[in-house]
Design a protein. Structure first.
Length: 336
């Protein structure tokens, strides 16, 4: 286990270096002058030269890349030309909103998807099974942005029971910042009104983000449960006279959950990529919303910072998923 984790951490470092190299090269291929973006389109050539010298843009590309890596080692991801603040400061401000949204989405997807998949497998061919399969097909087919607009139209425009955009209503005071996640911070501060308002705002974007993952979790859980229920040890447990509930919960469910747990890590990465569209549709101030504005403003420093952070989060999640996989099934070994 220790060798496996050490090897994966080493590969994580190599992945981070590769990400920085690729994003750095791509950002410098784009036909846009960062000096013009910083100084403005009306800046004189002398001003542009001063800006290039100040930000090191007049250095060779290799030197700029090495300076960028040195900055990363010291916790500096550069200065955003969009917000005129350090990228680290921006990410610290925007990342909690994205983490909150993704966590609510994945918890909702697992809480609903796993039981629905288990029931579908137990009652194969029944009404719930047919419903879950139709639901799974819909979740794989509907585009997230279209679903988001539809839910806004129905629940925000027609029924007017849920807010359309943002994290809190303008009239609601922000909770004291502890984690940056309004639902948790409001609970920690005992502000139930703020908690309810934050929960109302997160329902629609979290539902959209969870929809595709939910459908996939249902399908994988159902298939895994059906496979486990057909194994010999399950038939042996039944012939011993064990109750159906005990056979399912104690013997079948644990082995059936191995596949959904593996899928969970991949889905977290999928949610991090899908959150960009959802945050734009719902004006959710997370890193997706921040990234879109950075792309529109050709803010390559911010784009590189977001790409690196998301890649590291995704790689770390995959590592934790593999460790959980080993813990759930001791027969599996990654040692070579």
């Amino acid at each position: 286990m220790l060798r496996f984790v050490t090897r994966r951490l080493f590969l994580l470092v190599l992945t981070a270096i590769g990400i920085t190299l690729v994003t750095f090269v791509i950002s410098h291929v784009v036909p846009a002058d960062p000096a013009v973006l910083i100084a403005g389109h009306n800046a004189t050539e002398h001003t542009l030269e001063l800006v290039r010298h100040q930000y090191g843009l007049d250095k060779p590309l290799v030197t700029q890349y090495l300076d960028y890596l040195n900055g990363i080692l010291h916790g500096d991801l550069g200065m955003s030309t969009y917000s005129r603040r350090s990228v680290v400061t921006d990410l610290a401000a925007y990342l909690p909103a994205t983490v909150e949204l993704v966590l609510v989405a994945i918890v909702s997807a697992v809480t609903i998807g796993v039981p629905l998949g288990v029931v579908s497998a137990i009652r194969k061919g029944g009404v719930i099974d047919h419903f879950s399969r139709i639901f799974a097909i819909a979740g794989s087919s509907l585009p997230l942005f279209w679903l988001g607009l539809l839910l806004q139209l129905v629940f925000g425009g027609t029924l007017k029971i849920l807010p359309l955009t943002g994290r809190l209503s303008p009239s609601v005071a922000l909770p004291p910042k502890t984690t940056g996640m309004y639902t948790i911070d409001s609970l920690l501060a005992g502000q139930l009104g703020t908690f309810v308002n934050a929960l109302e705002h997160i329902v629609l974007p979290a539902a959209v983000l969870a929809f595709a993952s939910l459908s996939l979790i249902v399908r994988v859980t159902r298939s895994s449960m059906l496979e486990v229920l057909s194994q010999d040890y399950i038939r042996t447990a039944r012939t011993k006279g064990l109750s159906r509930r005990r056979v399912i919960v104690r013997h079948a469910l644990r082995n059936a959950l191995i596949a959904p747990v593996t899928l969970l890590g991949l889905q977290l990465g999928y949610l991090l990529s899908g959150v960009f569209l959802v945050e734009v549709v719902f004006s959710w101030p997370g890193i997706g919303f921040y990234s879109v504005h950075a792309v529109q403003g050709s803010d390559y420093v911010a784009i590189m910072g977001v790409t690196l952070v998301v890649a590291l989060i995704y790689s770390t999640i995959n590592l934790l998923t593999d460790i959980a996989y080993l813990a759930m099934d001791p027969r599996i070994s990654y040692e070579t």
